[in-house]
Write a protein that binds this ligand. Structure first.
Ligand SMILES: [Zn+2]
Length: 261
């Protein structure tokens, strides 16, 4: 485990609205701490559905900003966006959350597919602000969501926007096939979240992509911290690689050292 603690790149709040619950924040911090996690990236709170309105996006982001204010040494927010929304809102909300509010990235989920042209202004804005984009991905055998992106589609997005660092979510959902899809996309990291750990998958991702492209995430509270930390702690990789996955890569893409956070 890194001495300075693990950074979890992929968490949510279960409670909705524009204000985080004190109880939920305290529980999250207590349980994260048990597993050596000292900072979490909050992506959005569950409540709005797959295609949130402008008001719902704003509320999610206000909730994350308030959590950052309450626990600045523990919570880093990402600005949640729906690419269906207009350019004026994109500019205004990213300014509020990142420019003024100190968030460190953008989060995209399943409102539109990664192949959709409406992602281009979002990616251009990420490049302008010099922040990473964490994008959901999953290969499902059945019931792939209508606008749910596959790793191959994330690879296409990465090739269209090679200047933007993308964190592709859910190693377990992406599988070996997903790792293959992003082999030639050096701007894509894969997060280790999603499902139950599968034997050798973290080690496989490290072997094919290099440890600097694999990053620890839990998807809390859908998954518990212990199982998700365990898949990296128990992987057949070197301690140097493990430290990159647990902390070094997040420090780099979130620029935590430069900001003294
Ligand atoms: Zn998630």
């Amino acid at each position: 485990m890194p001495a300075a603690g693990i950074i979890d790149i992929h968490t949510h709040f279960a409670t909705g609205g524009d204000t985080p619950s004190d109880e939920e924040l305290a529980t999250m911090r207590r349980l994260a701490g048990r597993h050596g996690i000292t900072r979490v990236v909050e992506l959005f709170n569950f409540g709005p559905g797959a295609r949130p309105s402008i008001a719902e996006v704003r509320a999610c982001n206000t909730c994350a900003l308030r959590a950052m204010e309450r626990m600045p040494d523990f919570v880093t927010g990402f600005c949640y966006l729906n690419p269906e929304h207009n350019a004026a809102f994109l500019k205004e909300e990213t300014q509020r959350c990142i420019g003024d509010g100190g968030m460190r990235g953008l989060k995209l989920w399943v409102a539109v597919k990664a192949t959709d042209k409406r992602l281009d202004p979002v990616m251009e804005r990420a490049a302008e602000l010099d922040v990473p984009v964490l994008h959901h991905a999953w290969y499902k055998a059945t019931e792939q969501g209508e606008f749910e992106s596959t790793p191959a589609e994330i690879a296409g997005l990465a090739r269209r926007h090679p200047q933007v660092t993308i964190v592709m979510a859910h190693l377990t959902g992406d599988g070996m096939r997903g790792v293959h899809d992003i082999l030639d996309c050096p701007n894509v990291l894969i997060d280790t979240s999603g499902g139950q750990p599968e034997a050798h998958l973290v080690a496989y991702a490290v072997k094919r992509l290099g440890a600097n492209r694999v990053i620890y995430g839990s998807d809390w509270p859908i998954r518990d911290f212990g199982t998700q930390v365990g898949r990296v702690a128990g992987a057949e990789i070197s301690d140097v690689d493990r430290a990159l996955i647990f902390r070094g890569n997040a420090e780099r893409i979130l620029r935590l050292k430069e900001s003294g956070a």
